[in-house]
Design a protein around this ligand. Structure first.
Ligand SMILES: CC(C)(COP(=O)(O)OP(=O)(O)OC[C@H]1O[C@@H](n2cnc3c(N)ncnc32)[C@H](O)[C@@H]1OP(=O)(O)O)[C@@H](O)C(=O)NCCC(=O)NCCS
Length: 181
């Protein structure tokens, strides 16, 4: 797909981020979770206040994918202490990567992933990691195709539903880069 723009989000983009975050999350998971658990997750994790705090965090970065000025997806990266697990200073976490349903399978997720790769390499990070719901087979395929391998599991709460996430890792280098940060 041509004319896809990848741009970094700023604090002024909070409303835009909230709209795409909530829409894509509902599209992806409303059919397989209770209404109550979805509402709780959206309130607790994708509120305007929470997202503006995340946008202000120097240890996180959001990038939008847009087509003809329409926002069609985004990625959230975490570094250092803002990672949701591990917290390795030499790693990048992809905490969220979401494309609107109507635009999935058109290589846009790939472009966002390549942005993550570019940032991780620029920071001389040794690996990229993420957690993905064990039932999210399409996303797991997407990550495997990009070289990620499973290395652990952890629990993820969606409302009051305890779900298992598979932790996956893409090794970028085996060389220590402790002087480059
Ligand atoms: C996972 C996701 C980010 C991938 O982005 P994408 O733009 O659809 O993926 P791309 O077009 O770059 O790559 C397509 C590949 O992704 C996988 N894929 C995932 N979801 C897909 C979908 N709905 N349609 C087609 N392919 C999909 C396939 O393995 C496909 O590979 P193939 O062409 O060899 O079959 C996107 O599908 C998405 O937002 N899914 C819903 C939200 C989600 O699950 N996010 C991850 C949470 S951990």
């Amino acid at each position: 797909m041509k004319n896809i723009q990848i741009e970094k989000a700023t604090l002024e983009d909070t409303a835009r981020l909230q709209e795409i975050s909530r829409k894509t999350f509902k599209e992806a998971f409303a059919a397989v979770n209770t209404e109550q658990n979805m509402a709780r997750y959206l309130d607790e994790n994708l509120s305007f206040a929470k997202l503006s705090l995340e946008l202000e965090d120097d240890n996180s970065a959001f990038y939008f994918a847009s087509l003809d000025n329409k926002t069609i997806g985004y990625i959230k990266l975490n570094f250092g202490a803002s990672q949701s697990d591990l917290r390795d200073p030499f790693a990048t976490e992809i905490e969220r990567i979401y494309i609107l349903k109507a635009y999935q399978g058109k290589n846009i997720g790939q472009l966002l992933f390549e942005k993550a790769l570019e940032i991780a390499r620029k920071n001389c990070h040794q690996y990229i990691w993420l957690g993905v719901w064990e039932e999210n087979k399409a996303a797991i395929r997407f990550y495997e195709r990009n070289g990620f391998v499973a290395f652990d599991t952890h629990l993820f709460m969606l409302g009051n539903d305890e779900q298992t996430d598979i932790l996956m890792k893409l090794q970028l280098t085996d060389l220590p880069n402790r002087n480059n940060k």
